[in-house]
Design a binder for this molecule. Structure first.
Ligand code: HEC
Length: 244
């Protein structure tokens, strides 16, 4: 009766083989985390990150060790049923093209990149950002957000070249970056630890109590865009939902 033993030996060998195959490549594969708050897609040896800004798109290409890769190429965007083509030009560690888009727009993109003479093609799409109708503290928070935070986090909360998106699962209700972390960022700034934007300086010009209003606004925008929890307006505004 050697069969079961043989089988278990074989299983062990297969498992070892699987580990040998999986572990080194997993280690070599860096992270799928976006460095600049964009979306990530893989194509062959490369990992592309894509983000939409107000008036431009941004693209970063890196290898599986997360090293930036020089590329050139073209973007084809589908926006409101219209096709736009744009040449991508080098900027910082990535590429950019000025295009008449907004960060909040619904769009689809096909990037035709060229690396060392070889074509690399990646596709992305994003949904339209839903701007919720807010009132009370969340409406006050919206105004403060636009005056104090939007230069870095974007009017659509989808990030800019100066700061990450807050309309992001990382910062959703119940995530590791809960209310306390968001309030702390507003009161103290934040050390760079998630992205490659650098540190967030302590925001200037926030008056006492405005942090909670901004938080209510951020939660309302997240909720309106499917990022968890009840709309923060209901919790933060004692008059919401009472027919006033
Ligand atoms: C000068 C640019 C700038 C401004 C203004 C700014 N931020 Fe930031 N913020 C950043 C950067 C950069 C980071 C990323 C830090 C990191 O790598 O995690 C960040 C991170 C954050 C985080 C995540 C903090 C953490 O610990 O993970 C929150 C929440 C946040 N910002 C909220 C706000 C709010 C709300 C405002 C307005 C009151 C604001 N920020 C204003 C640049 C800015």
């Amino acid at each position: 009766m050697t069969a079961p033993k043989e089988i278990s030996t074989m299983k062990t060998r297969l498992l070892t083989l699987a580990l040998l195959l999986v572990v080194p490549s997993a280690l070599a594969h860096g992270t799928m985390v976006a460095f600049f708050g964009g979306q990530i897609a893989e194509s062959g040896d490369y990992r592309a990150e894509f983000a939409v800004r107000d008036g431009a798109i941004r693209v970063w290409l890196r290898d599986h060790d997360d090293k930036p890769v020089k590329a050139s190429g073209k973007a084809t965007l589908l926006l409101n049923g219209q096709k736009l083509e744009a040449d991508l030009a080098a900027k910082d560690d990535g590429l950019t093209a000025p295009v008449p888009v907004k960060a909040k727009d619904k769009l689809a993109a096909v990037l035709g990149l060229v690396v060392d003479g070889k074509p690399v093609s990646v596709r992305f799409q994003q949904a339209e950002m839903v701007a919720p109708t807010v009132s009370g503290p969340a409406e006050a928070g919206r105004k403060t957000f636009e005056a104090v935070c939007a230069t870095c986090h974007g009017g659509a909360l989808r990030g800019t070249d100066n700061g990450p998106p807050l309309l992001h699962p990382f910062y959703a209700l119940g995530s590791a970056h809960g209310d306390d972390v968001i309030l702390a960022a507003m009161n103290d700034g934040a050390k760079a630890h998630m992205w490659k934007f650098g540190d967030m300086p302590k925001p200037q010009g926030l008056k006492p109590g405005q942090d909670k209003e901004v938080l209510a606004y951020i939660r309302a925008v997240q909720a309106a865009n499917g990022l968890g929890g009840a709309p923060a307006t209901a919790a933060a505004d004692p008059h919401a939902g009472h027919g006033h």
